[in-house]
Design a protein around this ligand. Structure first.
Ligand code: GLU
Length: 505
């Protein structure tokens, strides 16, 4: 038997920014597809017009682009099963809903919103389903003629699935193993709305079938919907083609209590969205990892590790390595606690591993925005190389490298002034002579510096910190002789002279 080509889909509803859990769903879909030489489909599930938010689809596209994940089929690139936006597929769905009604697996419901509201008030925890549907206005109870008349008159109605009574729905989830649901607990979900649009439940099944999806990865929050989908696959006669399900574990709050929400991010001071999301209605800006200065490689890496590992201690993976190593067996069933400190660690590691040439454009932008003019690209590359291991997020490049482009505007005087002596002035004056002579490498410069200190009866440690503050302004930065070499002898001399004035003033 020939193997079916793997086809997976990410099927977001364009209702706002993308939570990091959403991007992890994208990633796992993508890794699985690429591992099996399959296709990754992006399908926009925009049938709920009331929840539609302008700009959200573009945000999703931009987000995938930032992450370096290119869908094989999408509303933008098209594909064999286009259109990939459900609102453009509206005429497709009714036929299937009607077929279900004809078979007795679904029914017309004419209850108005007011009637249902009244019911909700009357019956605690009301749900339209096995226990209540017989007392409501639907084609299960109304005489056939009345139903026909209501339909003929164009009375607003929806089509609902008829959940079987006293039954159990079983299925096998690739991550969670055997899962079962009691049908009496599940409501008769609306499949087709009064406006003729399908709901998510109908559209997702019809499209997964028509688009020949073989594996469906989605967040655990969709698990309660799975029995409805499974019944639909069965009722529509497609069970043999049903995708294999994989419900991904939740990403939890840092304390492990509940799902990580946008509000947790605001409360604890870290982003939860991939990129900044601006809600035009509320004027609220939800911060994103991208704008905070995360590299997309680091973002994907940390997301992969929220719920997956390759069975070894390896933590840093490139996208290609993840594709190679990915396996569903190694996705954990339990939720993964989000740890922002660990997320930053991934980013710092990725900044260290990324070459200066790749970081150049982003660093350049950051420095430019702070008014730093860069004239020499080769110099910028060298600076990036010496400071990158001190940067956790990209904006750190400003603090860590500004002094390579401009003299310190101020000095940490508290660290030097109280202990300043004439002997130190004398030392640095002599050191200027060394710098004015034939240039030597950083290593040799350090040796000469130390020898001079000894000669002057000073401890090298007593002049090392002042030297750093002279060049940098504060107690930070890479090896001070590397800084001096990169600044060049004449700039180093200028900075020493200027600082001595400040230290002795
Ligand atoms: N449209 C659903 C969402 O917004 C997709 C769930 C699924 O993948 O079935 O996440």
């Amino acid at each position: 038997m020939s193997e079916k080509k793997v086809r997976v889909r990410f099927a977001p509803s364009p209702t706002g920014g993308l939570h990091l859990g959403g991007v992890r769903t994208v990633l796992f879909n993508y890794l699985f597809a690429k591992k099996h030489k399959g296709n990754f489909v992006l399908r926009i599930e925009d049938t709920d017009q009331t929840r539609y938010v302008d700009g959200a689809e573009q945000y999703i596209l931009d987000c995938l682009k930032w992450c370096g994940i290119t869908p094989d089929e999408s509303p933008v690139v098209g594909g064999q099963y286009a259109p990939y936006r459900q609102s453009e597929r509206k005429p497709i769905y009714r036929e299937y809903a009607e077929k279900l009604v004809a078979q007795g697996h679904a029914y017309y419901a004419f209850d108005s919103a007011e009637e249902l509201d009244a019911k909700r008030k009357e019956v605690p925890n009301f749900q339209y389903g096995v226990a209540t549907r017989n007392g409501l206005r639907n084609s299960l109870n109304l005489p056939l003629q009345e139903t026909e008349k209501l339909l003929h008159d164009g009375t607003p109605h929806v089509i609902r699935i008829k959940m079987p009574e006293d039954d159990t729905i079983n299925f096998n989830d690739m991550i969670r193993g055997h899962v079962s649901f009691e049908t009496n607990q599940i409501d008769d979900k609306v499949l087709l709305k009064a406006d003729g649009m399908p709901t998510y439940h109908l559209a997702v099944v019809v499209d997964d079938y028509l688009m020949k999806i073989t594996h469906a990865f989605r967040g655990e929050e969709w698990l309660p919907s799975a029995p409805v989908h499974i019944l639909l696959w069965e009722y529509l006669g497609w069970k043999a083609d049903m995708p294999q399900w994989a419900h991904l574990p939740l990403i939890l709050k840092p304390d492990g209590h509940g799902k990580l929400s946008k509000r947790d991010g605001a409360r604890l001071g870290f982003p939860v969205y991939a990129m900044n999301w601006f809600d035009a209605k509320t004027g609220e800006l939800t911060p994103g990892f991208r704008e905070l200065g995360f590299l997309p490689e680091a973002f994907l890496n940390l997301l992969a590790m929220l719920g997956w590992n390759d069975g070894t201690d390896q933590e840093i993976f490139t996208l290609d390595e993840m594709i190679e190593k990915f396996s569903i067996d190694r996705i954990s069933k339990a939720g993964a606690k989000f740890d922002f400190e660990k997320a930053k660690w991934y980013n710092a590691e990725w900044i260290k591993r990324t070459d200066a040439e790749t970081l150049k454009v982003k660093v350049w932008e950051i420095l430019k925005a702070k008014g730093i003019v860069i004239k020499d690209e080769a110099y910028l590359l060298k600076v990036i190389d010496v400071v990158k291991e001190r940067c956790v997020v990209l904006p750190d490049f400003y603090q860590q490298s500004a002094y390579f482009f401009q003299q310190p505007a101020e000095y940490d005087l508290n660290a030097v002034k109280p202990k300043w002596t004439d002997a130190k002035t004398d030392f640095f004056t002599a050191f200027i002579s060394i710098l004015s002579a034939e240039p030597v490498d950083a290593h040799e410069l350090e040796a000469k510096f130390k020898a001079l200190a000894e000669e002057k009866g000073l401890k090298a440690g007593d002049v090392m910190l002042p030297f750093r503050i002279m060049l940098v302004g504060g107690k930070f930065g890479p090896h001070v002789f590397d800084i001096a070499k990169l600044l060049g002898e004449s700039e180093t001399i200028i900075r020493i002279e200027k600082a001595i004035e400040a230290f002795t003033a």
